[in-house]
Ligand binder design. Sequence first.
Ligand code: ZN
Length: 160
Amino acid sequence: MTLGNLRDLYQQTILEHYKKPKYKGKTNPVDRYQKGHNPSCGDTIELTLQLDESGDNITDAKFEGEGCAIAIASADLMAEAVKGKSVEEALEMVRRFQAMMKGEDEFPKEQRKLNVMQGVSQFPVRIKCANLTWHTLKAALESQASVESNGFISNEKEDG
Ligand code: ZN
């Protein structure tokens, strides 16, 4: 497969997740809620998580929102990837994704689907779109809020 074909494949995967997201909606119940906004593009993500009784594991993840193909595809891929993972593992994935956007890391074989977003790192204006959902996930896991009252976070001041 040539590099050009590989890039087409990545774009196709991103478009598929954008057009037919599998994880759109709200978890039931909502154990964590966080809204995230990326002002530089206008992307908005409302992320909901369902945790197990211990609160240490993510049993379900869903999102609602409006945004560009990169932001929505990234949210769908993220929800799929963190479902069934521990909170600790999910936070490690946030770190890894953000490093990948700087071209410094990539996901191992079991999570290689997330590497389709790797190409975005070559487009600095799009990095915030891809990072938004991960940034929102981190805030959701750290805030411990399950209601809308915690307002929304913005990644405007984030450096990447
Ligand atoms: Zn965007």
